[in-house]
Structure formats: C-alpha cells, structure tokens
Design a protein around this ligand. Structure first.
Ligand SMILES: N[C@@H](CCC(=O)N[C@@H](CS)C(=O)NCC(=O)O)C(=O)O
Length: 223
C-alpha cells in the first residue's frame, strides 16, 4: 500500500489531510508540490492546480488520484473507517460537514488568506507585508468567527457530538495558520474557543505537524 499526499506542509488543506491520516494511523509519503510553481503535469491529478492532491497506489493507474482535501478525507474515511472521523448519525454528520465547509471557506478566505499570506507567504516570496490587510481581517472578520465558534463549542470538548471529528480537524488546521501568522486567539474574549484550539493543537496528530512547521515559519517571520 502506498498513499501519497502532494503538497506543502504549511497549507491548511494539506495539513487537514495529514492530520486525518495520522489520526487513522496510516503511513503515507508527502511529495512536495508548491502551489506557486506546480509541476507542469500537476493539473492531471489536480485540475485546479491546488494542493493537496492524493494518490492511492493500491488502485490501478490511471484512476488512482484525487484532488481537494474534503474529497480526500471522505475517501480515507470510507476506505479506512477506523477510527471514524465522521459521526454516524446523519444530522451530526451533516453538522460536521458544515463546520468543515465553514473552515474551508469562511475562515480560510477571511482570516488565513489575509494573515498568513501577508505575514508568512509574502516573506517567502520576498514581498512587503501589508499590515493594513491583517488589521482589516482582524477587525472585520475575526469577531464574527470568534463569537460563532465560542457559542458552538460551549462546554463541549469537541464541536459535534462527543467525539473528535472532521469538524475539529478542519477548524483547528485553519487556526494553526493563524498561529503561524503570529495571531493568538484572544482568550479573554473567546476563552472556550482558545482552550478548544489549544486542546486540539496538543493532540499528537496536530502537534507533529506544528512541530515540523514551526522552525521554518519562525525563521521566515524573523527575516
Ligand atoms: N478546496 C481546496 C482548497 C485548496 C487550496 O486552496 N489550496 C491552496 C494552498 S493552501 C492552493 O493550492 N492555492 C493555489 C491556487 O489556488 O492556485 C481543498 O480543500 O483542498
């Protein structure tokens, strides 16, 4: 069996897939693909040229590849159902998918993209950070995101039901990038969200990813 993830470790979507693989105890290899300079034939496995893409060499060529983190995680769940990362109950499962969608669209576009792009990716590209973009994101978007998640988490350990799920992976991976961008969650304003994200980031699956990424991010941000 060989599972291959194509992408770069700082991508929240690549991390989402890697955390799902780690939680399921699956071995895989990470083939480096930069979203800024994908290989010429990358569109064959990722038609939008986005990372992550994925290949399962258990399956015969040419139909053994997938694109999109949500699609890949869904595939992993069906092929390797234990431990489950999606609730069994239909409503709970739909709620988990909703949080995944909320993370992948709202948090990715309105928080991760401005903060991480300005403060980390631009350093990589040797471009000037525009702090006004970060200020606008924190002012215009973080309050609604923080208030919403604070309420949804409430006193529960996990977002949906009483088990760790794709909802928690999707939300927590976005906050790794927010953290890499040097922006802690305001624990005075959103204590439950801050504690929830800290708990998730301390899980072995997330901790391994964060420990792998942090030295490079620190070096970049200091540059
Ligand atoms: N919906 C996709 C989003 C993936 C995505 O946007 N990846 C970014 C990197 S974090 C990318 O490849 N961007 C390059 C591009 O859009 O051309 C998923 O869940 O995998």
């Amino acid at each position: 069996m060989a599972l291959i993830v194509y992408g770069a470790n700082l991508s929240p979507f690549v991390r989402k897939v890697r955390v799902a693989l780690a939680e399921k105890g699956l071995a895989y290899s990470l083939e480096p693909v930069s979203p800024f300079q994908p290989p010429p034939d990358f569109a064959e496995i990722s038609p939008l040229k986005r990372i992550p893409a994925f290949r399962d060499t258990d399956l015969p060529e040419p139909n053994n590849h997938l694109a999109d983190s949500s699609v890949i995680c869904d595939y992993l769940e069906h092929k390797y159902p234990t431990p489950p990362l999606y609730p069994r109950d239909p409503y709970a499962r739909a709620r988990a998918l909703w949080f995944e969608e909320y993370a992948d669209s709202q948090i990715a576009s309105n928080m991760v993209r401005p903060l991480f792009f300005e403060r980390v990716v631009k350093k990589l590209l040797k471009m000037q950070t525009d702090e006004s973009v970060c200020e606008a994101a924190l002012r215009d978007h973080m309050p609604a995101i923080g208030d919403y998640l604070e309420k949804q988490i409430g006193d529960r350990e996990y977002l949906v039901g009483d088990a760790f799920s794709i909802a928690d992976i999707a939300i927590a991976t976005m906050f790794v990038n927010v953290h890499h961008a040097g922006e802690p969650i305001d624990s005075a304003r959103w204590p439950k969200l801050a504690a929830y994200v800290a708990r998730l980031h301390a899980r072995a699956s997330f901790k391994a990813a964060i420990d792998e990424e942090t030295p490079f991010v620190r070096q970049l941000r200091a540059a």
